[in-house]
Design a binder for this molecule. Structure first.
Ligand code: MG
Length: 288
């Protein structure tokens, strides 16, 4: 037999042996879980957790509330809010909102509700929620106009004004050059988004925001606001400290306000659309 044939036979034999060994390994029976085993519900003799009034695995620690988590949105249809959320807009009406038109001679105009969304009507003024919020989780979906109009800060501009003061910018980020701290996903005039995960103009974009309200004692700020923002599921602000209330061409500063304030959506005179808006007021740990 030629050496090359010997080598070929050896390789085939080795491969066959290896596959046999693998098949045998797969057939080896795994141990079954023992469903009869039981465990205690916690402990009362474990060490105390640092800076907490609870022990490790404390049996007395309150159980968190159980809620239904809601469903995801698609481009075609909005998802459902978690069961404990305050639904501010479900595509039907503006019963949870008020607004103050910018120009008195326009009369009592408001934003346009149709086809499951609400659209900015230029000069109708910011849409302001009737309910007020402090620490909260926000879910807001928006779409810049499919037909581009204007450039930079005039293209698809609106904004999520948390506590009516702190703007998470809404803008058309689709091939629309502008200053970084004015892009969608920015804390306007303060921090650009970490990346630009915006979809094409005309498509639905999704904000998920966790907000820690600032704390004032009289006129004095004793704790600044912090915000975490996901745009289309991508982290764009990571527990970022907010410098102050939204302003233009100035360094933002705080102005004292209540412990809770309404959510506002900005009328920047561009027909941006919103849908599926809900808020979960946040409580701390161990407050079921
Ligand atoms: Mg804006």
């Amino acid at each position: 037999m030629k050496p090359i044939r010997i080598l070929l036979v050896a390789v085939i034999a080795f491969a066959a042996t290896l596959s046999l060994v693998m098949v045998k390994a797969q057939k080896k029976k795994l141990p079954e879980a023992d469903c009869g085993r039981t465990a205690g519900l916690g402990y009362d003799d474990t060490p105390m957790l640092p800076d907490q009034p609870w022990r490790v695995h404390d049996i007395k620690r309150p159980q968190p509330r159980t809620i239904a988590p809601g469903t995801e949105s698609s481009q075609q249809s909005p998802g459902r809010a978690p069961s404990d959320a305050v639904v501010l807009f479900d595509g039907k009406d503006l019963s949870q909102w008020t607004n103050h038109p910018k120009k008195k001679d326009l009369g009592n105009i408001t934003w346009k509700v149709e086809n499951g969304y609400v659209e900015v009507v230029p000069y109708a003024g910011d849409l302001v929620s009737k309910e007020k919020f402090g620490d909260a989780q926000y879910h807001i979906e928006w779409a810049a106009p499919a037909k581009p109009c204007g450039t930079s800060q005039w293209r698809g501009n609106s904004g999520v004004l948390i506590m009516s003061n702190y703007e998470i910018q809404v803008l058309d980020n689709d091939h629309n050059p502008t200053y970084a701290d004015g892009m969608a996903g920015s804390i306007y005039g303060q921090w650009p988004p970490l990346v630009n995960p915006a979809r094409a103009r005309g498509e639905w974009q999704m904000y998920d925001i966790a907000f820690e309200a600032p704390v004032f004692e009289g006129e004095k700020l004793v704790k600044p606001a912090y915000v975490t923002v996901f745009l289309n599921g991508v982290l764009v602000q990571h527990h970022q400290k907010i410098i102050g209330r939204m302003t233009h061409r100035q360094v933002a500063q705080y102005r004292p306000h209540g412990a809770t304030e309404p959510l506002s959506l900005q009328d920047h005179e561009v027909p941006v659309r919103y849908r599926n808006i809900w808020v979960r007021p946040l409580r701390g740990y161990d407050q079921p």
